[in-house]
Ligand binder design. Structure first.
Ligand SMILES: *Cc1c(COP(=O)(O)O)cnc(C)c1O
Length: 373
């Protein structure tokens, strides 16, 4: 992907915090690898939070073309925005559920809820809504979903009509990223017990990391999100392609004397005469504030360490050792890419690649490398 990037900063890019390059062909390649890995189970795509910040509008049609027919987002508003991009044979679920007040509107749009509470499930079963729904059962995440006793009483009260009205029984794994942890197996057993109540209903348990736990975890439908975007979710992950590169640029260069302080709080003092480059993005662009005095950006094969605190729209790096010919205002530096992966940034700033990706914000120029069938 790096080879495809122009190193020249365009006029437009210079007016933004930086450039995010999203390789849609790589997302499709990852989808196909995941689909192969989980076959004969179906492989869905989780595209919540605007496809993890990368652009659901651009990514959804490519995944449909690649054969994906089931999509998940978190909120009804996300689903309403995506639905027009999908043909009617695609199912679009809302993971966080739909309040009973919004059920009719969502049904009009052809959007399927994940029923997470007893109230939602009973409302759904008591009203004849011409739409598929999923029912979530909690097996250990303690987040969304009804309990097994609640499922049992639903089945008692509504009998076989549940099977007709509920297309999918799902649950969510809490620690699938640690394959050796036995809690996943406990969750799987609880999920199997839940499935006995709805013997003819399709089942879904696996997130990205769950896809790599083996066929026992695949059931009828898998729900990867992060792995589609090349995030390395566990040590058992397939070798997936990176899909995103984030380049920032140099906004100013200055020479400072030893002892000069840098950025808010004066937490850094130059220990020698230094050349400092001010970079075009800050915490409002998802540069973690915890990268103060420890993160870095890359200029070619050279790492420029962050000095001082990260500001809202900029931060400073030590560029003392960069040759003059490479150091100029407008020069691009890599924040996420071949030299510095999402996972590495996450680890260095006490979070995960998921959070880095979804917090990049709206001030970048986004360019898409297309998927051409
Ligand atoms: C976010 C989410 C997923 C996808 O998780 P990844 O770890 O990104 O693959 C799957 N299922 C549910 C219920 C989710 O909330």
């Amino acid at each position: 992907m790096t080879a495809l990037l122009s190193t020249q900063l365009t006029h437009h890019a210079a007016m933004t915090s930086g450039v995010i390059t999203i390789d849609i062909a790589a997302v499709v390649t990852n989808y196909r690898l995941l689909a192969q890995c989980v076959a004969p189970a179906e492989c869905a795509a989780v595209l919540k939070a605007d496809a993890y910040g990368l652009g659901a509008k651009q990514i959804t049609p490519a995944l449909y073309t690649a054969g994906c027919r089931t999509f998940f987002v978190a909120h009804a508003v996300e689903a309403i925005a995506l639905r027009p991009l999908l043909p009617s044979d695609a199912t679009l679920y809302v993971l966080n559920g739909i309040s009973v007040k919004a059920v009719a509107e969502c049904a009009q749009h052809g959007i399927s809820p994940v029923l997470n509470t007893n109230e939602q499930a009973r409302y759904w079963l008591m009203n004849d809504i011409a739409q598929t729904a999923a029912l979530q059962v909690d097996t250990g995440m303690s987040r969304l979903g009804i309990s097994l006793p609640e499922l049992s009483s639903l089945v008692q009260d509504f009998g076989s009509s549940i099977t007709r009205r509920i297309a999918l029984l799902m649950s969510h794994l809490a620690i699938a990223d640690k394959p050796e942890n036995e809690f996943s197996e406990q969750q799987r057993q609880t999920f199997l017990s839940a499935s006995l109540y709805l013997p003819n209903t399709a089942l879904s348990l696996a997130n990205s990391a769950g896809c790599f736990l083996g066929a026992n975890y695949h059931f009828d439908l898998c729900r990867p999100g992060a792995a589609l975007f090349g995030i390395h979710v566990s040590d058992r992950s397939l070798p997936l392609q990176p899909c995103v590169q984030v380049n920032l640029h140099i906004a100013q260069i200055r020479q400072v004397a030893a002892g000069t302080s840098v950025s808010y709080g004066c937490t850094y003092h130059a220990n020698r005469p230094m050349r400092i480059a001010t970079i075009s993005a800050g915490y409002a662009d998802g540069i973690p504030r915890s990268m103060d005095n420890n993160g870095g950006v890359w200029l070619g094969s050279q790492r420029l360490p962050v000095i001082g605190r990260i500001c809202m729209d900029s931060f400073m790096v030590d560029a003392t050792d960069v040759p003059d010919s490479e150091l100029y205002v407008g020069q691009q530096v890599e924040f996420i890419g071949a030299n510095q992966t999402l996972e590495a940034i996450g680890a260095a700033s006490n979070t995960i690649g998921y959070e880095i990706l979804t917090r990049l914000g709206r001030r970048y120029q986004r360019q898409y490398l297309p998927f051409i069938e």
